[in-house]
Design a protein around this ligand. Structure first.
Ligand SMILES: NC(=O)c1ccc[n+]([C@@H]2O[C@H](COP(=O)([O-])OP(=O)(O)OC[C@H]3O[C@@H](n4cnc5c(N)ncnc54)[C@H](O)[C@@H]3O)[C@@H](O)[C@H]2O)c1
Ligand SMILES: CC(C)C[C@H](N)C(=O)O
Length: 369
């Protein structure tokens, strides 16, 4: 999309269903809810709070992230569609109970077409405020019978997914003695490092936040490097766990890793970068498959949260990735294309199985009473 905001043509191109603008003067709420596809079920996706350079950037982010959730939820085998919200604002300064409650009322107005949860810049406490106005929110506090913060579960899924990628690249899924370069040791990556350390992996870490680095150095004996140096360190696995688009023209020539497996969303700057790393023989674990543990966990709340059941489902990320690698080899396509095929095939098969007429209260026969 460009700054001319050709919204409808963009929505048509990628087949978006709905874009909702939410404004509340009293609380300062400015939010955009994007619903991409609800073939599989209601759209579930987190709420990101971020300071955007322009409104166009915020709309584009909401749209891009919502489509990612359609693919993530489909690939994870969830009966959920894809959506996402961005709230324009600084999470350190602009939060208030009024803002999240106003936002909750907008979600309620969508009557279940969209269900939210945490994303970058929002917390369990924010979800609890939203919950005061709507039930269409997950990742709320455990005292409400909920699953709480999804990050540790995302971390477990990334760890399992990294093992699957290691199996593909090295012939064994053991990470003992492997060196993992971790970019960003925040909520997800810290717990991921715990699993890796326990298995005997060597860790190289970086973060723009010095405290986060020090914590990892102290707890796991990790080696610290400067943020710009993480790409060219000697390692087996590069784990992007901070921002998106870090696999790009500048970073790819520096990479020594044989595997890319981390939690960040939208790791490839563009599709061509997925093609390049494929040609180089790097095993890339597609981001939305490996980082789906959080959404799998919060989705479990919709059936009455059961932690064991959720964790068992998160473990299937290992097999999903093996399937992606198999499709990649079978069809001779990069793994990001293979993952898209896996997700699209599932959406299409459900769409087709739903073409049959079903009696409900909203069709023409209901007028005959
Ligand atoms: N939290 C979840 O459950 C979840 C689920 C799916 C995907 N993700 C994705 O995983 C990533 C990490 O999520 P999180 O919840 O751990 O976030 P977080 O904010 O807790 O951690 C990110 C860390 O990256 C650091 N960072 C930012 N820019 C950096 C840079 N240029 N170089 C090095 N470090 C940098 C930050 O200082 C922070 O410590 C995000 O991309 C998020 O979208 C998270
Ligand atoms: C529903 C949330 C747990 C989603 C999470 N923020 C993600 O990007 O997968």
């Amino acid at each position: 999309m460009n700054n001319n905001l050709e919204i409808f043509s963009y929505m048509e191109k990628y087949d978006y269903e709905q874009l909702v603008f939410c404004q509340d003067k009293n609380s300062g709420l400015k939010a955009i809810i994007a619903i991409h596809d609800t073939t599989l079920g209601p759209a579930l996706g987190g709420t990101r709070m971020w300071t955007y350079d322009s409104e166009a950037d915020a709309i584009e982010d909401a749209l891009r992230l919502a489509k990612g959730m359609t693919y993530k939820n489909a690939a994870a085998g969830l009966n959920l569609g894809g959506g996402k919200t961005v709230i324009i604002g600084d999470p350190k300064k602009d939060k208030s109970p009024e803002l999240f409650r106003a936002f909750g009322r907008y979600i309620q107005g969508l009557n279940g077409r969209y269900i939210t949860a945490e994303d970058v810049g929002t917390t369990v406490q924010d979800m609890d405020l939203i919950h005061m106005e709507t039930d269409f929110v997950t990742g709320i506090s455990p005292e409400f019978g909920s699953s709480g913060n999804p990050s540790p579960v995302t971390a477990y899924g990334v760890y399992k997914g990294m093992k699957a990628a290691a199996k593909e690249a090295f012939g064994t899924d053991s990470l003992e003695g492997k060196t993992v370069a971790v970019q960003g040791v925040g909520n997800v990556a810290y717990t991921m490092c715990e699993y890796l350390h326990k298995e005997g992996a060597n860790l190289i870490v970086t973060d723009i936040n010095k405290e986060a680095v020090n914590r990892a150095v102290e707890a796991f004996g990790a080696k610290a490097v400067d943020p710009d140096d993480i790409y060219n360190v000697d390692c087996d696995i590069y784990a992007p766990c901070a921002l998106g688009a870090t696999v790009n023209d500048e970073t790819i020539p520096q990479l020594k890793a044989k595997v890319i497996a981390g939690s960040a969303n939208n790791q490839l700057k563009s599709a061509k970068h997925g093609d390049t790393i494929h040609e180089m023989g790097i095993v890339y674990a597609p981001d939305y498959v490996i980082n789906s543990g959080g959404v799998i966990n919060v989705a479990d709340e919709l059936n009455g949260y059961n932690k064991d059941r959720a964790m068992r489902k998160v473990e299937t990320i290992y097999d999903s990735l093996l399937k992606v690698f198999e499709i990649s080899k079978r069809d001779n396509v990069p793994t990001y294309v293979a993952a898209d095929r896996m997700a699209e095939e599932r959406i299409e098969s459900i769409r087709n199985s739903r073409s049959q007429f079903l009696l409900n209260g909203h069709h023409t026969l209901s007028r005959r009473k």
